[in-house]
Ligand binder design. Structure first.
Ligand SMILES: Nc1ncnc2c1ncn2[C@@H]1O[C@H](COP(=O)(O)OP(=O)(O)OP(=O)(O)O)[C@@H](O)[C@H]1O
Ligand SMILES: [Mg+2]
Length: 348
């Protein structure tokens, strides 16, 4: 396995049981077979509408959810890999598989990854000083003494453009944008290899979103870290993302370099998303989105393409419907990938 990735999932599934304690009535297939690779030093954005499984994917990757099936590979930092090995965990070079790690091993691995949540208001403990919040991961992972941790917090705050005067303040003394900067500083405090940011700007005032996006990009450039950023706001992707993965009902249905996906979307779902975002006039936006998509998001069918109930392409290509109803299209292509039997570029 090539080592230029930080994280890779293979056939990753996270299903939730529906029903009571004693009877299972079915499953919510929140993440339903995701293959993604996050490369070293890139910002990979996951886009898709509400309920498609973005946060579940993030939480599963962060080791906060038990995996239903599939595998996650993580390319750990040399020091973490060494520590894992010392503790008797299975390590392949610097790569570990989640399925092979004990609970304790997974806890150790978490020193290489951090998460930034959507709501900075809810994620900050009002009784803690800013430096304590920022330094908490350092202390949890026992990476430094309390005195040193405060210094680390000051350095991390500097990286998010907050001065030392913030160290002894409390969360209620900060604006929304400053709070999210604190959360980003907290994530940076342990110098992780990988940060997952789940809708990091959606709770913020529109006027400060651009600053935070710019900051995340700067961090990517300066901190030797890879980011997975979840967003439903496609308009932010060209400014931030190196690659985009479009998620629909638990699966990635299109993936590629940001520009290519935006300028030449191949999947009918991506086309609909793009049409809604990129059409400047609200009048036209309404008209265009009605054309490429129908109905609302539902549950994935047992067989065939999960987008079929909403697809308009299927009626435009003669004789394709039986294939789409029977067989789930794989995510294929060279660089720019799509999971659609009707996408000309990959199936011609
Ligand atoms: N703990 C849980 N138990 C049962 N079902 C869950 C649980 N967490 C999420 N789900 C379901 O899994 C699906 C995916 O949810 P998820 O929160 O991952 O979506 P999302 O793409 O992050 O949506 P949003 O954009 O609204 O944040 C939804 O149908 C949701 O109801
Ligand atoms: Mg979510």
């Amino acid at each position: 396995m090539s080592e230029d990735f930080v994280l890779r999932t293979e056939g990753l599934k996270k299903w939730y049981k529906i029903g009571g304690i004693f009877s299972v009535k079915g499953y919510v297939r929140a993440v339903d077979g995701v293959d993604v690779t996050i490369r070293k030093g890139e910002v990979y954005c996951v886009v898709g509408e509400s309920g498609c499984g973005k946060s579940t994917l993030a939480r599963t990757i962060m080791g906060l959810e038990e995996i239903t099936s599939g595998e996650i590979y993580f390319n750990a930092s040399p020091s973490t890999a060494k520590l894992l090995e010392k503790k008797g965990e299975k390590v392949h070079g610097t790569i570990v598989k989640y399925s092979e790690l004990s609970e304790k091993g997974l806890r150790i691995l978490k020193r290489d990854m951090q998460m930034v949540f959507q709501d900075p208001y809810a994620s900050l403990d009002p009784k803690m000083k800013i430096w304590e919040i920022v330094a908490e991961p350092v202390l949890v992972h026992k990476l430094a003494s309390k005195k040193k941790a405060r210094e680390i917090a000051a350095q991390a705050l500097e990286k998010v453009k907050l001065g030392e005067e913030f160290l002894d303040r409390y969360p209620h003394e900060l604006s929304g944008g400053q709070k999210q900067r604190v959360m980003i500083a907290r994530a940076l405090s342990i110098s992780p290899k990988f940060i997952v940011a789940d809708e990091p700007v959606s709770m913020l005032d529109v006027s400060i979103r651009a600053e935070i996006i710019h900051l995340l990009k700067e961090i990517r450039d300066k901190e030797n870290v890879s980011l997975m950023v979840i967003t439903h706001d496609l308009a932010t992707t060209p400014h931030l993302c190196d690659r985009i993965g479009v998620m629909y009902l638990g699966k990635i249905v299109e993936e590629g370099p940001t520009r290519e996906v935006i300028e030449n979307p191949l999947h009918p779902y991506t086309k609909a998303l793009m049409a809604a975002v990129l059409e400047p006039s609200p009048e036209n936006r309404k008209r265009r989105i009605e054309v490429p998509i129908k109905g609302e998001v539902g549950v994935p069918p047992e067989r065939g393409c999960r987008f079929l109930p909403r697809c308009v392409l299927v009626d435009q290509i003669e004789g394709i419907r039986p294939m789409c109803s029977e067989k789930e299209p794989p995510l294929v292509g060279d660089g720019h990938k799509v999971a659609c039997w009707g996408a000309k570029e990959v199936h011609s």
